[in-house]
Structure formats: C-alpha cells, structure tokens
Write a protein that binds this ligand. Structure first.
Ligand code: MN
Length: 215
C-alpha cells in the first residue's frame, strides 16, 4: 500500500487506532483515507451472527474504522477502500456481507500465489464511474484474496464491477467525488501493472484536488 501510494506521489501517514475518536480526528487532518485489507469484519456490525467459517475479528479495527470512514465521508475526503476496506465501506452504508463463499464460487477467489499476476477476470459496468474512468476497459484481470463478499449493497452505493462468476468486486458512492472500493488487492499488482497503479494515482490526484495542496 505504502509503495503504491508513494509512487503516486503521496505522503503516507499511519493512523493510531487505539482511540476511535482520536483516529477520526487524525483522518480529518489528512487529504484522503485508504482502508486496507485484513481480517473478517465482525458480523454484529451488519446485524448478523458469526458463522463457523467467519474469521476472528480485529476488535480495534472494527471499532475505529467506521468512525474514521464516517468522518472522511462527512468532510468529502477521497476514500480508497481495498478488500476488507470495501466490505467496511459497504457495512458502514448499511450493507451486509456473505461470511464465506468458499463452497459456492466457480472461480477461485482465494489464492495468495497469484497475487502479483491475477487470478480471475472482473467485468466493469459500462455505466460511467470512477472505476470505469480509471481502467477504461470492459474487463480486467485481478488477483483474489478473499473468502467473503458483499451481499446486500449499502445505501448510496453502486456496483461497478463483478467477478466472472458474479460476485461484487467493486463498489463506489454515487454522491462522492472519489469513494471507491475494490475487492481485489491492487497493491500486489501495481508495481508491474500500470493499470493497477493508476488506481492509486487517481486516488492521490483526488486527494490533491481536495485541499489544493501540492506534495
Ligand atoms: Mn475475487
């Protein structure tokens, strides 16, 4: 994440998550927010009870990230939400998740070995979106490192890409200048794939535009 952001020209700041409100104040001092991948979100956050296949939650991230994300959205800061981050964006907007797609998927969605080259295709919606503008194509080869997926879409979000077997792979907020979630991990591909790096570049350009700062 850090290398991809730096290649795009960003100054990267890590946020201390120990106090959610203080974390949100630190976000308010930034020009944008990147929510990275990680552990499964506690299903209680979207009104479900944990199933056996659901992973152990990260208590601190589950507490801090919704507060940080809401603050970023209130301030109109650009948001790039990756994997768990995309799922968190969906949950924050009132959406739900599928807790385990391992038994149902037709293409492989969890393969660490192909993280740098890609594992399955995604079909990008032809409707105008940030995602479509960044990749400027109808289909894209992406990696896949998830066993959960967006189920019901949160309010104000649109689906901008699906996997070849139909799972949500990208979402974004319609009423925000840049609030994009992707289910894949562009940071593992961006060093060699200019299209994936361009996602970080577009995010950083949006951040720069937000405050008119040059860094
Ligand atoms: Mn996938």
């Amino acid at each position: 994440y850090v290398a991809s952001l730096r290649r795009a020209g960003a100054a990267v700041r890590w946020i201390d998550l120990s106090d959610p409100n203080r974390a949100a104040e630190q976000v308010a001092d930034c020009d944008g927010l990147l929510l990275p991948g990680g552990a499964d979100i506690a299903p209680q956050l979207y009104g479900r009870t944990p199933e056996n296949a659901c992973g152990k939650p990260h208590v601190q991230r589950d507490a801090a990230e919704p507060v940080m994300l809401r603050r970023a959205m209130e301030l109109g800061l650009p948001v790039l939400a990756i994997c768990r981050g995309m799922q968190m964006l969906n949950v924050c907007m009132g959406g739900t998740l599928l807790q385990d797609i391992s038994g149902e998927q037709r293409c492989r969605h969890s393969n660490f070995r192909t993280r740098a080259m890609g594992e399955h295709r995604v079909i990008i919606s032809p409707q105008p979106s940030r995602l479509r503008a960044v990749f400027d194509c109808a289909e894209l080869w992406v990696n896949s490192l998830h066993h959960q997926a967006v189920d019901r879409l949160g309010e104000g979000l649109v689906l901008t890409a699906v996997s070849e077997d139909g799972y949500p792979e990208a979402i974004e907020r319609v009423d925000a200048p840049f609030c994009v979630g992707v289910q894949w991990h562009p940071e593992h591909m961006s060093r060699r794939d200019p299209a994936q790096q361009e996602l970080f570049c577009a995010f950083v350009r949006a951040c720069r535009g937000k405050r008119g700062r040059d860094f």
